[in-house]
Design a binder for this molecule. Structure first.
Ligand code: H79
Length: 465
């Protein structure tokens, strides 16, 4: 045994002390990281869905190469949805790719799009990172078939939007197609019917592992935190519910607070969109171009809808919904406890079509006065009265009067509690409106003129709520 000198003891002592300090520092850092992680990972579904349920209104953006042909191929108008032109006109992959050098949307201003959505009262934006045609709106590392590498524009559209959204406090979300008509390991070989559900690609697993998942990792990691990942194109034969569940778990692992729609797996019931049951992956149902006839207690759902008849830009689609129809649909959806995701299809110049801009501005004017009756509300507790709809928040009932009573008397079904006060949401002075007991509920006396020709909101403040 060798004897230690005093000097050596001093050295060993110092080493032990510094090791101990290092261990303490490491452990405490680890502890902090652990708690942070644990906090987000243990978000309950209610906590995770809170912002989304409060939002009630979002902007859908369908944008990609299909905006270049804009519904016309080789001089012929192509029936169907604008973003489906590659399939509907049976365009071979190498022909469709030729739209990429023509995609140069120099009019694109991310800040203006986000401001337009925000001023309309929308709290989130869902944009197509990739639609069925396979073209990508960001600088993906696993393909050159993206805006950065294949177009003269060479700007990362999703990056610019993510920065604008962050600045303006709007949640950014991505629509991502599982189906891919451009990828040789996915549906590209199925031409002339890329959507042929009787066909299978033996290499589909390779597409999932080396393309789909890496791309989604890029999106969540480099453009996040995201609000929602909104999947579509899940009906193809090669996609299974276990793959949906695996993808769901993988993405939540990357970002625990992420919200994912039910089209990640096989759970949706056709265009009605609601989930078949709790055994399927996904956080919310996705009715497409329709509103469920009744409210669905305890179910999260979002109706997505076009303003005309197409999602992706078609130059000659002028079948625009009226501002009245849009506001009524928004109130209808909110009164049934759902979200409304309203679509625009920008042009290849990077502009949101003027009829869409005008409609969003008009809805925004209504929301500036009446947004309180939409944001943070839950479903009606008095059904669907024939004059309109009802939404609820805290001790307040918001009566959306679409059809103003000509006799100035609004018949309201029985409400759960005593009415303390009634007033018009548009009335800053909150002048009390007379309330009386009615036949099967109560009556509210109104001025002969509706304050809003489309939807005037009467607030009932309840005592016992
Ligand atoms: O992105 C927009 C459309 O391009 C896309 N969804 C919106 C948000 C869309 N993809 N397909 N469709 C709309 C219509 C196709 C429906 C069908 Fe099926 C696919 C009919 C049969 C397969 C899905 C599965 C609906 C019913 C069964």
């Amino acid at each position: 045994m060798t004897r230690q000198t005093g000097r050596q003891w001093l050295f060993i002592g110092a080493t032990v002390v510094s090791l101990l300090i290092a261990i303490i520092i490491l452990a405490s850092c680890g502890g902090v990281a652990q708690t942070g992680k644990a906090k987000t990972q243990h978000l309950s579904k209610d906590e995770r869905m809170e912002w989304w349920r409060d939002a009630r209104f979002g902007l859908f953006i369908h944008w990609g190469l299909y905006s270049v042909p804009a519904g016309t191929y080789k001089g012929e108008r192509v029936d169907g949805l604008g973003e489906w032109i590659m399939n509907n006109a049976k365009i071979p992959v190498e022909e469709y790719e030729k739209f990429a050098p023509q995609f140069n949307p120099i009019g694109f201003r991310a800040d203006e799009w986000v401001r337009l959505a925000k001023n309309a009262g929308m709290k989130y934006i869902v944009i197509t990172s990739k639609h069925h045609d396979g073209f990508c709106l960001w600088d993906s590392k696993v393909t050159d078939y993206d805006v950065m590498d294949a177009t003269p524009f060479k700007r990362d559209i999703l990056l610019e939007l993510s920065q604008a959204c962050k600045k303006q406090g709007v949640k950014l979300c991505f629509y991502h197609s599982i189906m891919d008509w451009h990828h040789p390991d996915a549906q590209a070989p199925f031409w002339p019917n890329y959507n042929d559900t009787s066909k299978s690609n033996p290499n589909f697993g390779r597409y999932v592992d080396t393309y789909l998942k890496p791309q989604l990792t890029e999106l969540v990691t480099n453009y996040g935190p995201l609000g929602v990942l909104w999947f579509d194109g899940e009906w193809i034969q090669d996609w299974t519910e276990p793959q949906g569940k695996d993808l769901y778990a993988y993405l939540r692992g990357l970002q625990p607070s992420l919200i994912i729609n039910n089209r990640v797996g096989k759970g949706r019931q056709g265009m009605e969109g609601l989930s078949k049951g709790d055994d399927y992956a996904g956080d919310f149902g996705t009715p497409e171009q329709q509103v469920p006839p009744e409210g669905l207690p305890g179910v999260d759902w979002e109706t997505c809808m076009t303003m005309n008849d197409t999602w992706g830009f078609k130059s000659y689609d002028e079948n625009w919904k009226s501002v009245e129809e849009l506001i009524h649909t928004l109130a209808d959806v909110a009164s049934k406890g759902g979200n409304f995701l309203l679509n625009v299809g920008p042009t290849p110049e990077g502009l949101i079509p003027q009829p869409s801009v005008e409609r969003l501005q008009e809805v925004g004017k209504w929301m500036a006065v009446n947004g309180e009756s939409i944001h943070g509300t839950t479903a009606s507790v008095i059904g669907r009265p024939e004059w309109g709809r009802c939404t609820v928040k805290g001790d307040k009932l918001y009566l959306h009067v679409f059809h103003w009573p000509t006799d100035g008397v609004l018949q309201v079904p029985a409400v759960p509690g005593q009415v303390e006060k009634a007033y018009l949401l548009a009335d800053k002075k909150r002048t009390s409106l007379p309330v009386a007991a009615g036949d099967a509920g109560l009556t509210v006396s109104l001025a002969p003129e509706a304050p809003d020709a489309i939807d005037s909101v009467v607030v009932l403040v309840l005592k016992n709520k």
